[in-house]
Design a protein around this ligand. Sequence first.
Ligand SMILES: [Zn+2]
Length: 109
Amino acid sequence: MSTATTKRPTEPICPPWCDGHDGKFQAWETMTAGGISRDHSHFSPVRGGNDLGVAVCRTEYEPGGLDLSEVLIFCGSDSASLTPAQARVFALRVLEAVELAEGETGAHA
Ligand SMILES: [Zn+2]
């Protein structure tokens, strides 16, 4: 995943791939447990729209700091949060399925 290019402002704490922040996008939000948090993320769509894609995300807490990076898999309105190692296995499983499907149909994109 390459470094994001964003027109939104970024800050020194932002990871290099952060899509930036404005008043609504990745803004500070109050957590139900108290305190505030915001996401630093970069979304890569698989097809048009935002219903299917992959994001890398680190959540920042105030006070407290920054979580480790997570990989978010979006499908429809649902998402799955994976560790980088789990995301790697997921990607391999997708590629395995692609190879099986292409072998069956002879299709190559
Ligand atoms: Zn950021």
